[in-house]
Design a protein around this ligand. Structure first.
Ligand SMILES: *[C@@H]1O[C@H](CO)[C@@H](O)[C@H](O)[C@H]1NC(C)=O
Ligand SMILES: *[C@@H]1O[C@H](CO)[C@@H](O)[C@H](O)[C@H]1NC(C)=O
Ligand SMILES: *[C@@H]1O[C@H](CO)[C@@H](O)[C@H](O)[C@H]1NC(C)=O
Length: 282
């Protein structure tokens, strides 16, 4: 339960550390420009965006930013990428350039990428060779702090009478699904921790799991012992498609044996407590 907030804290810590460093870099570039008139463009972010840092990116299997992507062989710049990611009806929290011509967007930084020295994100942008746009398997990440941009997605420790059970492996090295009944189609308004747990319970199931941003799985027991399938929390790092402020699990790891689900457990005593409070205070 408490552990579920740790990745957010770590991320916040690394973001504030790199913002401090970025500010220092910007001001020293500015001094240099004034004294020598050399045009130094520090990859200035668009208004409301801040540079987070240079991060490793997995090779296609589990991208660090994976909700949307854009390749532009002639116009790519950090500004174009930020504009692209901020242009969706639900604007994304992060934009990242890679290998000069690629742009990726996400609500969250996925998995546990390594933050490396900013100088390693040094490939010239396709749209402006005086700017840099990431590197080979390295993504230059910017964060969107504009008004109307949602908070970073988080796991919920408690959803109704359900408790978060952790990030769980699904069909990991076996064909047995951790929870065997998919009820996604029963949820017309989209899969969230709330809608999935409620739907599982309505169908008589006490275990619920969210996967791949929009899948809801239910069962009356975990088909594999929990102790064997607990995965690091940062592997359940994808935002729910239906509510980007909630975390879900990524399912894009290859091979299929590395699927993940955010698991929830029904707590009978909590339901009793809720009913008790309703009777008492309604
Ligand atoms: C910088 O440019 C300004 C105006 O173009 C000029 O007056 C100044 O001498 C230049 N400074 C240096 C250090 O070249
Ligand atoms: C952002 O949206 C505007 C308005 O729809 C459009 O003109 C512009 O091309 C878009 N920019 C990008 C980078 O997609
Ligand atoms: C990043 O690399 C540059 C160039 O190698 C070096 O001068 C700088 O100290 C490094 N910064 C950090 C934070 O390691």
């Amino acid at each position: 339960m408490v552990a579920s907030v740790v990745p957010g804290l770590l991320l916040a810590a690394s973001i504030s550390a790199s913002i401090t460093r970025t500010t220092a870099t910007l001001s020293s570039n500015w001094d240099q420009r004034r004294s020598t008139n050399i045009t130094v463009n520090p990859n200035t972010a668009l208004p409301g965006w801040t540079f987070v840092g240079c991060f490793t990116d997995a090779n296609g299997a589990a991208p660090t930013l994976q909700e949307h992507s854009l390749i532009d062989e002639t116009n790519m710049t950090p500004a174009l990428c930020m504009e692209f990611c901020g242009n969706f009806s639900t604007p994304l929290n992060f934009a990242g350039t890679e290998l000069g011509n690629q742009c990726f967007c996400d609500f969250n930084i996925q998995g546990a990428p390594l933050q490396v020295n900013d100088t390693l994100c040094n490939v010239a942008c396709a749209g402006d060779s005086t700017l840099t746009c990431g590197g080979p398997l390295l993504v230059s990440i910017y964060q969107n702090n504009n008004e109307g941009v949602g908070p970073l997605p988080t796991n919920k420790a408690t959803v109704g009478a359900f408790e978060f059970a952790g990030c769980l492996k699904d069909a990991d090295g076996t064909t047995v699904r951790t929870l065997s009944t998919p009820l996604t189609v029963d949820i017309s308004d989209g899969v969230t921790a709330e809608s999935c747990t409620v739907t599982c319970l309505e169908n008589g199931f006490t275990k619920a799991g969210l996967e791949f941003g929009h899948e809801c799985w239910c069962d009356s027991k975990f088909n594999v012992a929990l102790g064997l399938i607990v995965a690091p929390l940062e592997e359940c790092s994808r935002a729910c498609d239906a509510d980007p402020t909630e975390l879900n699990a990524i399912d894009t790891h290859q091979p299929v044996g590395n699927r993940r689900m955010s698991g929830y457990l029904y707590q009978q005593w909590k339901q009793c407590l809720c009913i008790y409070y309703q009777l008492t205070y309604d």
